[in-house]
Write a protein that binds this ligand. Structure first.
Ligand SMILES: C[S@@+](CC[C@H](N)C(=O)[O-])C[C@H]1O[C@@H](n2cnc3c(N)ncnc32)[C@H](O)[C@@H]1O
Length: 272
């Protein structure tokens, strides 16, 4: 199950050598129960009702926008917006023949091409971690949301990654390196403060931790081994440290003792 090695590749999907790898990565994650579970929470927090207009900003392959469309039927509309033409094409292709009220457009969350107060609710799922300016993006989301409308943002907190390894110092340097590879590795735990700063009310925070004990599955999605090689190339760890650390993980996996976790923060609020 190939996935892009460079996690920050989602910043500009179309500029990757193989943009379709980003599509495959999203599909691999969506197949796992944890991702389905946290997404269900975001839909519940949006308080979807028939007739509403919903925006999914950074919609990827459009699966979530189609879910929103189901929740606002009949009479409503879900709009999926993404910066990437690869993603928008994929989302449109997957919606062909569907009678759900959904449409897709290409655009930048920092400068939404919608009039003010167009939507009853807006969500962004794992989008803010890739943005240049999260404050500007949230201001735009708030602008296009009607008064009384819901805003729900979810991102993984790259500062919250844990793996059981006898090499604690190497693990810490590696995860700091991975976190710093992201444009906004720590935005998830800053989002509640940003919501309040920008005037959203009734702010709720729901942390959801993904615990993985399957090494092969974790490798397919998070590429710990390949990431460690990148850390070595960047001079964050030595060749011997990287080799020992990877060997340690493999031994733990063989003994049925592999453990990895990362926390996702869902932040929800209302426009006053
Ligand atoms: C990790 S993917 C998540 C996709 C989808 N929300 C999901 O949960 O499956 C991040 C998405 O954000 C999009 N994105 C990145 N920067 C963006 C921007 N400035 N404006 C809109 N979308 C953006 C990417 O193209 C990508 O589809």
């Amino acid at each position: 199950m190939p996935v892009p090695i460079n996690l920050s590749g989602f910043t500009n999907v179309d500029h990757n050598a193989q943009p379709q790898l980003c599509v495959q990565s999203l599909d691999a994650q969506l197949a796992l129960p944890f991702f389905q579970a946290y997404k269900a929470q975001t839909f519940a927090l949006l308080q979807l009702r028939p007739g509403q207009r919903m925006l999914d900003a950074g919609c990827g392959t459009g699966d979530d926008a189609r879910e929103l469309a189901l929740g606002v039927s009949p009479g409503g509309l879900a709009v999926g917006l993404d910066f990437s033409s690869t993603m928008v094409s994929e989302a449109r292709k997957r919606s062909l023949g569907s009678n759900r009220p959904v449409k897709f457009c290409q655009g930048d969350i920092h400068h939404l091409g919608f009039a003010a107060e167009q939507f009853d609710g807006c969500r962004a799922d794992r989008t803010f971690q890739h943005l240049a300016d999260p404050r500007q993006a949230l201001l735009e989301i708030i602008r296009v949301t009607r008064s009384g409308g819901r805003v729900v943002i979810v991102d993984p907190d790259h500062e919250s990654m844990l793996v059981d390894s006898p090499y604690l110092s190497v693990t810490r340097r590696f995860f700091n390196f991975r976190c710093d590879q992201m444009r906004q590795g720590t935005i998830a735990h800053h989002m509640p403060a940003l919501f309040k700063d920008l005037g959203l009310i009734d702010v709720q925070v729901l942390p959801m931790t993904r615990l993985a004990t399957d090494f092969v599955e974790t490798e397919a999605i998070f590429q710990l081994t390949a990431g460690m090689h990148l850390a070595q190339q960047a001079g964050v760890v030595t060749a011997a440290e990287a080799a020992n650390w990877i060997d340690g993980l493999r031994k733990e996996a063989a003994a049925g003792q592999f453990l990895f976790s990362r926390t996702y923060f869902i932040t929800a609020g209302q426009k006053p």
